[in-house]
Design a protein around this ligand. Structure first.
Ligand code: HEM
Length: 511
């Protein structure tokens, strides 16, 4: 075929080839563009990258940096590639759209020191059968609606003990450490659900060793550790976090083993079946361990109990402390919440869990506290299992992903007067903390959402309502509300740096 006679065919071929070239060039340009679109971030120094920008309160420094670099920001922390999320839309992408790819955890050194990461529901990968089994056991035996209902009387009893303790302090006109008192109350609720015993004591002279061990575990996991940024420094344990984790967890495991073994002995000497209402979590664990299929081994049991104490106590307690601090700082809000409770409960009662649904203002106070003071301001660290695109930015495989719920809770694009404590903003609104509204996710969302949330959303409003119903509150030593500082200390949970002390003034006879 000569070229002239084959011209139309030749032209057609040229046309097809050009289209193909244009298409492939555009595609490769597009994909090159995608690859190059890594999230913006601050300039890095040699070796340390951006570590010098982290500071004592990473959630705050990250929030400030996100104002410049946007809601998907990359940071290099020593050897660790991190991405920080700081808007509702970006959080939705992480917690819902790409939940599967991003639901593994980034592990720190303290966790590895006692192999906690191999047994812990909070740190195992969700694809592991062990994680699914532990999650199923905790949900079915502790947090299902039926189990939550079954422990209602226990929560009421612990609230009464808290009110009695406050009442005694009120008679002595003594200021109370609110953080400590709410910690003891939560610890006793959880230790009774698990073992049917009180492990906390309001008496400061009797400060429980157990209490200090739980706090020790949380500190060692929560403290920023250089070895997380420079893994070759692992063996040095410069900050002592690994040692502290091993020491505290070993002592806690010993306590758990004693309870567990005592229960086995008690059950074996029992002639009749235990009444369903008096069964606790340890009974369920013994059945699961000793059953024909032995679903749980002793290591899994110890690490699960450790997780429940570590994740469940301080989070509730610090939320109640922040709520009280905000109310003491804005006395009008305190009065409004108290008036509502008085109206619903009357003069001589006690707050019941069923009353909480009748208290929209109190519920708004709790949501506002979660918005401004989320107990886990960066949630727990996640890790990209593969490359993933978030709001058009490429997050490479193995990157640590932190969702800054603290920054999202104060994002001026979402909230009017974001730094003011204004519970009214929630009145008449559907928005809730349960993982569907990505501007307010103090419990996380998606498959890793906090399994203890159904218990926490009972404890926090009940404790707060009980404190507000029975007492008026004032700051000690004639301090006024403007004097109250709201300084924060970052750890596994976000604490008030200076624990809140307040004087309860009894409003009515305590039954
Ligand atoms: C105010 C109270 C609480 C808050 C704010 C809170 C918050 C959180 C958050 C933010 C996470 C991580 C979610 C994520 O990675 O996306 C979490 C995980 C967890 N929480 Fe809670 N929590 C609270 C109470 C509790 C309680 C009472 C328990 C149990 C007694 C509990 C047990 C757990 C466990 C076991 C995990 C790990 C779940 C997993 O990784 O699969 N939490 N919590």
């Amino acid at each position: 075929m000569d070229i002239i006679s084959g011209q139309p065919l030749f032209l057609l071929l040229c046309f097809i080839l050009s289209c193909f070239l244009i298409f492939t060039t555009a595609k490769s340009r597009r994909s090159r563009h995608q690859v190059s679109a890594s999230p913006p971030g601050p300039p890095r120094l040699p070796i340390i990258g951006n570590i010098h920008l982290v500071g004592k309160n990473p959630h705050r420094s990250f929030a400030d940096l996100s104002k410049t670099y946007g809601p998907v920001m990359s940071l290099k922390l020593g050897c660790l590639n991190s991405v920080v999320i700081a808007s509702r839309d970006a959080a939705r992408e992480v917690l819902r759209t790409h939940d599967q790819i991003l639901s593994g955890r980034y592990l720190n050194e303290a966790l590895r020191s006692n192999n906690h990461h191999d047994f812990s529901v909070a740190w195992l990968h969700p694809s592991s059968p062990r994680w699914r089994m532990l999650r199923k056991v905790s949900v079915s035996q502790l947090f299902s609606p039926q189990r939550i209902e079954a422990t209602k009387t226990l929560r009421m009893k612990k609230m009464q003990e808290l009110v009695n303790f406050m009442s005694e302090s009120s008679e002595r006109e003594e200021a109370v450490d609110i953080s400590r008192a709410s910690f003891v109350t939560t610890l006793n609720i959880i230790s009774n659900i698990l073992f049917s015993v009180n492990l906390g004591s309001y008496d400061s002279k009797n400060s429980s060793v157990f209490q200090n061990l739980v706090t020790g575990v949380m500190d060692s996991i929560g403290n920023p550790d250089l070895a997380n940024f420079f893994p070759f420094m692992r063996f040095l344990d410069l900050q002592g976090n690994c040692k502290k984790m091993t020491d505290c967890s070993e002592k806690l495991f010993q306590v758990f083993r004693e309870f567990y073994n005592a229960r086995i002995v008690e059950n074996s000497s029992r002639t009749n079946e235990k009444d369903v209402s008096s069964r606790d979590f340890v009974d369920a664990l013994v059945d699961l361990h000793q059953g024909d299929e032995s679903e749980l081994n002793i290591n899994e049991i110890e690490h699960l109990l450790l997780d429940l104490f570590a994740a469940g106590t301080d989070t509730n307690a610090s939320t109640v402390e922040w709520a009280m601090a905000e109310l003491l700082r804005t006395p009008k809000t305190m009065t409004k919440a108290q008036d509502e409770i008085n109206r619903v409960i009357g003069q001589n009662g006690a707050v019941q869990e069923s009353d909480i649904s009748e208290l929209p203002y109190l519920q708004a106070v709790v949501k506002e506290t979660f918005r401004l003071h989320p107990a886990a301001p960066l949630l727990l660290p996640r890790k990209a299992e593969t490359d993933v695109e978030i709001l058009g930015f490429l997050v490479p495989k193995n990157t640590q992903v932190l969702v800054n719920v603290w920054a999202i809770g104060r994002d001026p694009n979402e909230w009017e007067n974001p730094n003011r404590f204004e519970p009214e903003r929630f009145l008449g609104k559907e928005i809730d903390v349960k993982g569907k509204d990505y501007e307010l996710t103090p419990f996380g969302a998606g498959r890793r959402i906090c399994p203890g949330m159904p218990l926490a959303v009972k404890i926090v409003p009940l404790m707060l309502a009980s404190l507000l119903y029975s007492f008026d509150w004032k700051l000690p030593n004639g301090a006024v509300s403007e004097d109250l500082d709201m300084d924060e200390t970052f750890g596994l949970t976000l604490h008030k740096t200076n624990p809140l002390h307040a004087v309860p003034i009894k409003k009515r006879a305590i039954n």
